[in-house]
Design a binder for this molecule. Structure first.
Ligand SMILES: Nc1ncnc2c1ncn2[C@@H]1O[C@H](COP(=O)(O)OP(=O)(O)OP(=O)(O)O)[C@@H](O)[C@H]1O
Ligand SMILES: [Mg+2]
Ligand SMILES: [Zn+2]
Length: 507
């Protein structure tokens, strides 16, 4: 007898449909698994055998062949256990095959026959609806996450015994109740009101948040760079439902989620000793890197020049495309990586910068060279964070503006962008592609001529030109202006043309 059970293999943060075909026929007892299984999948034989027997079910002593199709996709992990067990039950007539129509299963088995949760349950549930399946059987620990997807019947099944009863129509699980809110609990984000002075950097932070533009803050130690960057999540708009699903899906694949829909955007601040694969993802079984874990949130690289050159260079492609492409052997994977990059750096090795700098010219040059031109060229806003005067720091009042007020302006600017950009594709100016940016230039009239002059004078690269234009669009959105005016371009240019690094890149 032959039975086919749909299940899923994780590829990046997506689930690929896999059909588990089980053939049971007379012959010498044997149990073979084919279709590019890795060692964990082959070990499923032992778990399935013990799981069935310990549940009081029959393990057929016949010739058993399991094929995981499509055969060329590499299968890894224990999540195929359940599909193999269910296939055996159906092929040996212990459960009615018609009860399996339109039903996918995913889960690891214990030797006692209990179902264990799998990582990426949300991705698998999304895969189910994409494949037109209407029912998904998972362990209770995976059910809440899977139930975040609308229009899918999620069955939380604790053991193989319960599953057999379910398929015979003699038992029904309680529908899982998605724990709707939550996610990313912990202490609330710190408030911008704590920051004294630094009006320039606050403005740059607001523009970065409003348009999704990458930002580098340069200044001496103790000026408040780290402090400012940590306050960025507090002025970003809350994630939309689609974005929250995106965030939750990444967390679920990375195994860091709590089964609830993420309510806050991620904030990732990897230490500067992080490796290239730690930052962008990779490894023998490719894992998401920091930039993917920061998807739809903030990636903060403090002390940017201290990061390994290889790690920073690996960021170049994902910063441009919003995705990480990883090729390992025959597998090509793609992880989402739309994170807002914020970086901080001292102006030179001694930290003082400007007139008080004690570094020699060679040391200064060497420090500058730690960041490559192409990387700096990908940063939209460079702002100088000056040392704070004693009076400004000591002043009790006026306190800085609160995050809530800044966030209201950011949200208003984002709404203007959303109205202009329509429903699908890019959601903010920072994500605009080349064609959309050209269209901006056409609408900018005189302001665009001003930019063309900067390009001709060699002050901007082609990429820089486009990036300034997108920032100018955000400045106009913050000002509530339908058109890009000369003053908006001027402000955008100022954030490109200040600071040694940005000037170096312009050359
Ligand atoms: N503008 C500011 N307003 C209020 N407090 C400040 C400000 N700048 C610095 N501080 C105080 O100094 C501390 C250190 O600031 P922060 O860590 O942000 O400096 P930094 O610019 O990141 O320095 P470094 O270059 O050494 O990393 C803060 O925790 C805060 O107590
Ligand atoms: Mg710092
Ligand atoms: Zn110096």
């Amino acid at each position: 007898m032959l039975a086919t059970v749909p299940t899923f293999a994780l590829e990046g943060v997506d689930a690929r449909a896999v059909a588990v075909e089980v053939d049971v026929r007379r012959g010498l007892p044997a149990f073979t698994v084919v279709g590019l299984p890795d060692a964990t999948v082959r070990e499923a034989r032992e778990r399935v055998r013990a799981g069935l027997l310990n549940s009081g079910l029959e393990f057929p002593l016949q010739r058993l062949t399991v094929n995981l199709a499509p055969a060329w996709v590499r299968k890894a992990g224990a999540s195929f256990d359940l599909a193999i067990a269910v296939g055996l039950l159906a092929a040996s007539g212990q459960v009615p095959a018609e009860a399996l129509a339109g039903c996918a299963v995913s889960g690891e088995l214990s030797l006692g026959g209990e179902l264990r949760p799998v990582s990426g349950a949300l991705a698998i549930a999304l895969g189910c609806t994409a494949a037109g399946l209407r029912r998904l059987v998972v362990a209770p620990g995976s059910a809440c996450e899977a139930a975040l997807v609308d229009g899918l019947e999620v069955c939380a099944v604790p053991t193989l015994g319960h599953l057999v009863e379910l398929l015979h129509g003699r038992w029904r699980p309680d529908p899982p109740r998605p724990r709707a809110t939550g996610g990313g609990g912990g202490p609330p984000a710190p408030d911008l009101a704590d920051v004294r002075g630094q009006d320039d950097a606050r403005r740059a932070l607001e523009i970065a948040a409003a348009g999704g533009h990458s930002l580098l803050m340069v200044g001496p130690p103790g000026a408040g760079k780290t402090m400012l960057a940590r306050r960025l999540p507090g002025i970003l708009p809350p994630p939309t439902v689609a974005e929250a699903l995106d965030i939750t899906r990444v967390q679920s694949v990375a195994g860091s989620g709590d089964g609830r829909l993420a309510r806050t955007r991620p904030f990732r601040a990897p230490h500067h000793t992080v490796s290239a694969s730690g930052l962008v993802g990779g490894g023998a079984r490719p894992r998401p890197g920091e930039i993917t874990l920061a998807h739809r949130g903030v990636l903060f690289l403090d002390e940017l020049p201290e990061f390994a050159r290889a790690a920073l260079e690996a960021l170049r492609q994902p910063l441009e495309s919003g995705r990480v492409e990883i090729v390992r052997g025959q597998v090509a994977l793609s992880f989402p990586a739309r994170a807002l990059l914020v970086a901080a750096a001292n102006p030179c090795a001694c930290g003082a910068g400007g007139e008080r700098c004690e570094c020699g010219p060679v040391a200064r040059e060497r420090y500058r060279d730690r960041l490559s031109g192409p990387l700096i060229d990908r940063i939209d806003l460079v702002c100088q964070v000056g040392a704070l005067s004693a009076t400004a720091l000591a002043a009790r009042s006026p306190a800085g503006e609160r995050s809530a007020a800044v966030r209201a302006r950011v949200v208003a600017a984002r709404e203007r962008q959303a109205a202009r950009l329509g429903g699908c594709g890019p959601t903010c100016n920072g994500e605009l592609g080349a064609a959309a940016t050209r269209a901006l230039a056409d609408g900018a009239g005189r302001a665009s001529a001003q930019l063309a002059r900067a390009l001709d004078a060699g002050l901007l690269t082609g990429r820089g030109h486009d990036r300034v234009l997108r920032v100018a669009r955000t400045v106009a959105d913050l000002a509530g202006s339908a058109t890009i005016e000369a003053e908006h371009v001027a402000e955008a240019l100022a954030y490109r043309a200040t600071g040694g690094w940005s000037r170096g890149a312009a050359r």
